[in-house]
Design a protein around this ligand. Structure first.
Ligand code: PLP
Length: 384
């Protein structure tokens, strides 16, 4: 269990910030790393060509530890949608085949698949919301032979329901379906592994925007690309992805070869001197805390919150079927749309997503923050 780490963040005492699933606060140390990175642009003569590569390689190495994969399998992307578009550009889909998504899936992990289905004469097949909260069983039932691509998250973002990706990965392999994961609402707060060559999840592609549970700045993320796709087509053709990029004076000796492995999928201008060091600093802090410990600490916090909210008539999925870090509270009557604004006036910060109040704490939250949320929720208890 991790003791409160609030001192490492710039969070005023009167702010109960329970909204990491919206956007995490930046660690003071990450802000410092990012600020001094940004300041380097004031003195470009001090920036050497090798620094266009070293920061990116460090990012890849640190990021790979969250997926237990080789750094060679990590590409640097600006957003989840960029990674998903990369996957959609490379995966085959034949006429009549399906792409499987969940009910209420996040738009960045939906529109690209809708477009691909439209272009190739396929269809998007949606897993219906399971009344028994069991998203894994619902997905397994839907993985029929027509599915060519399963486009899924680890955590369904409007319910907090957790998917058992090891079982789903096995089922995908049995029917020959590709597996594309959006880990934005889980990586950094929920242990994950791509697995070995013969077992485990084995996704084809897995993306995470890093500004939530990875505690990084906005506009930076990682894309895991399985080795079998390393010869694929990147979304853009830029100079830094090419094999000759390190020789700045010879860039116009155009090289048809790409840099090694997943590096070809990197976004243009990926050598971001402000974002990369801030993201690396945040990831190193997460690794120091350990993802399993983070999950356990936030999980205990949410367990207590769920019990207190239940006393006010709010329900949440059973603990064995929801992600520990991600609590969605519902009640019989619809949630008023202005709940989040009303709570924000009390300096208690949550989100409303779908028909849930979404509570997303982290290691900077205290029991006092939880008490303040529960006090605010009392006015919505059992009200029609
Ligand atoms: C599940 C999920 N995926 C992805 C994103 C971010 O997507 P993008 O990076 O394309 O803006 C969010 C943001 O809320 C999200 O909740």
């Amino acid at each position: 269990m991790i003791l409160s780490q609030r001192h490492l963040f710039d969070i005023p005492d009167d702010v109960a910030y329970l909204n990491c699933a919206y956007m995490s606060p930046l660690l003071k140390s990450a802000l410092e790393a990012g600020t001094s990175g940004l300041a380097r642009k004031a003195r470009p003569w001090e920036i050497t060509p090798d620094q266009f590569f070293s920061g990116a390689e460090e990012f890849r190495t640190v990021a790979s530890r969250f997926l237990e994969c080789s750094p060679d399998c990590i590409a640097i992307v600006p957003s989840a949608s960029y990674g998903i578009a990369t996957a959609a550009k490379n995966l085959p889909l034949k006429k009549g085949q399906s792409i499987l998504v969940l009910a209420e899936q996040f738009p960045s992990h939906y529109y690209a698949w809708q477009r691909l289905a439209e272009e190739r004469g396929g269809k998007v097949k949606t897993v219906a919301w399971p009344d028994n909260h069991d998203w894994t069983a619902a997905v397994l039932n839907s993985l029929t032979s027509d599915v060519a691509i399963a486009a899924l998250p680890n955590v369904q973002w409007t319910s907090g329901g957790q998917l058992d990706l090891v079982r789903i990965g096995e089922a995908c392999r049995k029917i020959g379906a590709a597996l594309v994961l959006d880990l934005t609402q889980s990586l950094g707060a929920l242990p994950f592994s791509v697995g070995g060559p013969q077992e485990g999840v084995q996704p084809d592609f897995a993306v995470a925007a890093s500004y939530k549970w990875m505690l990084a700045p906005y506009s930076i993320g990682l894309l895991y690309v399985a080795p079998k796709w390393h010869e694929g087509r990147p979304l853009e053709e830029n100079w830094i992805q090419r094999a000759n990029a390190r020789d700045f004076s010879s860039l116009t000796l155009y090289d048809e070869n790409y840099d090694a492995r997943a590096r070809r999928f990197d976004m243009g201008e990926r050598a971001n001197f402000a974002l990369l060091p801030a993201a690396v600093r945040a990831m190193k802090q997460l690794l120091e805390w350990k993802v399993a410990e983070i999950s356990e600490t936030i999980g205990a916090f949410n367990r207590r919150l769920a019990a207190a909210a239940a006393g006010l008539g709010f329900s949440s999925p059973p603990e064995n079927l929801r992600a520990p870090h991600y609590l969605c509270l519902r009640r019989g009557a619809p949630i008023p749309r202005n709940v989040a604004e009303n709570l924000a006036r009390e300096k208690v910060f949550v989100s409303v997503r779908g028909s849930s109040i979404r509570v997303a704490p982290h290691v900077y939250n205290s029991a006092h923050d939880a008490d303040r949320l529960i006090a605010c929720l009392k006015q919505y208890a059992n009200r029609a």
